[in-house]
Design a protein around this ligand. Structure first.
Ligand code: ZN
Length: 201
């Protein structure tokens, strides 16, 4: 009798400690990822972890836009769709996305050369986004407070092409000087941004 009570008690301990372990583990993961600190001044940039991606962060000013969870969701949608459409040999793109830094800027950046329109013609003026490395993207927040209205998805395509080729992100898009970008990529960006806009993201 005593033995069966002991066994039951022991089983309960195992079951309970088992069921309690998982939530505790996910809570500690969240604790390891500092949330956006809304007390910091809007002029002070802060690094916020992008969830669901191993070592990916964003630099933002203020916590209003864009929320890191939404950026993580966009990256997730981007990768799943990319894999279906273009594939990801040796998981090179997944690795880049898991080590990505996205810097959000409050103003467009003056172009100092090396930028091209979608047809590969050199452009002057100010950039809405730049891919500086396969793992470093700069994006202008702009005024609409929607990721669909920013150049994030466009820059993710540059980063993915760069991770894939190992040399460049095809800066001239559909132009003929660099290889990689095709009309399919231009369509891919449009489709994702339409989907994001329909979800109010
Ligand atoms: Zn571009």
């Amino acid at each position: 009798m005593k033995f069966s009570v002991l066994v039951t008690a022991l089983l309960c301990t195992i079951v309970f400690s088992g069921s309690q372990h998982r939530p505790a583990a996910s809570t500690s993961t969240q604790k390891n990822s500092p949330p956006c600190d809304s007390k910091k001044k809007k002029t002070t940039p802060q690094m916020v972890k992008i969830q669901n991606f191993k070592n990916s962060w964003q630099i933002q000013r203020g916590c209003q836009f864009p929320a890191s969870e939404r950026v993580g969701l966009v990256m997730d949608i981007f990768y799943k769709k990319w894999k279906l459409e273009f594939g990801d040999l040796d998981n090179k793109i997944l690795k880049a996305l898991n080590n990505l830094m996205i810097e959000w800027g409050d103003k467009p950046k003056p172009i100092v050369g090396g930028a091209f329109d979608v047809n590969g013609k050199p452009i002057e003026g100010r950039a809405r986004g730049l891919t500086l490395l396969p793992t470093y993207i700069w994006v202008w927040e702009n005024q609409y407070k929607r990721i669909a209205a920013t150049a994030l998805v466009h820059e993710l395509v540059h980063a993915a092409l760069w991770a894939q080729s190992g040399y460049h992100g095809d800066p001239d898009h559909e132009g003929g000087e660099f290889e990689g970008w095709t009309p399919k990529h231009t369509k891919f960006i449009r489709e994702i941004n339409v989907l994001l806009a329909s979800l109010d993201i």
